[in-house]
Design a protein around this ligand. Structure first.
Ligand SMILES: Nc1ncnc2c1ncn2[C@@H]1O[C@H](COP(=O)(O)OP(=O)(O)OP(=O)(O)O)[C@@H](O)[C@H]1O
Ligand SMILES: [Mg+2]
Length: 330
């Protein structure tokens, strides 16, 4: 049996009287993706900083690729890459130069650095921008360069602190695709996110943290199951059919909600069987339908269920998060 890629063992971090991380434990099996999900200030960055040896735990410990984060920090650093929440690329260097710089700092052979840089630029669609200064890059390009730089030493374990925060949906999708490729090639990922959808898209397992504590853990499906039942959502074409549609829906489901403005009916259901039954009933009735679908509870619903509040992403992260430098080599 191989050791887990990452282990957090009862990790605690206190800043004066503020307990940022309060006894967190989890295991990330080799080759899998763990999503650490939580709102602003939950303790995600603090956890990542402890696991990547940038910050010493108040108590507890952890292991990366089998190495203890307190007793063997050098071995930990050699087994991992980190893309911090705040961009770390040198703005005045080109993409290629950034890769070369970090490769040299790692003491990698020149030929290896050259070949690996070209490979990474290609993989992250930065080949043609490779000779431009990083300050001319868009947010998405910068994030991709950040990620490329953290991969120069081909680490088996990669930590990503909110990799897609601030990216537009298109760049976000692109980055997700790159991350999936890394995982296909065997990299273990631990990523933090405030986006429930991101955890759902990428993670095999999710650990939800709030106020420094683990409040739930499981696969995306297990977490969604906790938030209750699915529902069938049907939109009628003509508002004049709403009343009749509601009656029909009530004959199919015990709980029906009507949104008249949206011409939409939502009925509690247990799965696809209920949806196709409702579809058949409406087809026979002759009521014209715009749309029919099954909605499973989202991770957002799960968070609401667990904490009593929504996990709303906010935009002012960078401002109050300027901490010690995030560079692995500093
Ligand atoms: N260097 C520090 N000194 C004092 N307090 C800190 C420090 N770093 C973090 N904290 C506090 O620890 C708590 C957790 O912060 P952390 O940055 O880990 O949260 P986060 O989950 O990463 O949030 P975000 O989503 O906003 O990045 C917060 O209350 C924060 O103010
Ligand atoms: Mg953070």
């Amino acid at each position: 049996m191989t050791a887990p890629a990452v282990e957090a063992i009862d990790l605690v971090k206190r800043f004066d009287d503020n307990t940022a991380v309060d006894g967190v434990s989890f295991v990330v099996p080799e080759g899998s993706v763990l999503g650490l999900l939580g709102p602003n200030g939950a303790g995600k960055t603090t956890l990542v900083r402890m696991l990547t040896t940038l910050s010493i735990p108040t108590s507890g410990t952890g292991r990366v690729a089998g190495h203890d984060i307190i007793k063997e920090p050098d071995a930990v650093r050699r087994s991992m890459g980190l893309t911090g929440q705040v961009a770390t690329v040198d703005e005045l260097l080109t993409g290629r130069e950034n890769l070369k710089l970090i490769g040299r700092l790692y003491g990698l052979p020149r030929k290896y650095i050259k070949d690996m840089s070209e490979e990474l630029l290609e993989q992250f669609s930065l080949t043609s921008a490779g000779n431009r200064m990083a300050k001319t890059y868009s947010g998405g390009m910068r994030r991709r360069l950040d990620l490329a730089v953290s991969l120069i030493a081909a680490p088996p374990v990669l930590f990503l602190d909110e990799p897609t925060t601030g990216l537009d949906p298109h760049s976000r999708n692109e980055l997700w695709e790159v991350l999936r490729e890394l995982v296909r090639d065997g990299t273990t990922l631990l990523l933090t996110t405030q986006y429930l959808e991101e955890a759902d898209q990428l993670a095999d397992d999710i650990v939800v943290i709030d106020k420094g504590k683990v409040i739930a853990a499981g696969t995306p499906t297990q977490l969604k199951d906790q938030a209750g039942e699915a529902s069938v959502v049907l939109t009628v074409t003509n508002a004049s059919d709403l009343r009749q549609a509601e009656e029909l829906m009530r004959s199919c489901s015990p709980e029906v909600h009507v949104d008249a403005t949206a011409r939409r009916l939502t009925a509690q259901a247990s799965g696809l069987g209920d949806m196709s039954h409702i579809g058949n009933v409406f087809e026979k009735s002759g009521i014209e339908v715009d749309d029919l679908g099954l909605k499973r509870p989202s991770l957002d619903d799960v968070f609401l269920h667990l904490t009593g509040h929504r996990a709303e992403p906010t935009d002012d992260l960078e401002v109050d998060n300027i901490q010690e430098p995030e560079g692995v080599l500093s």
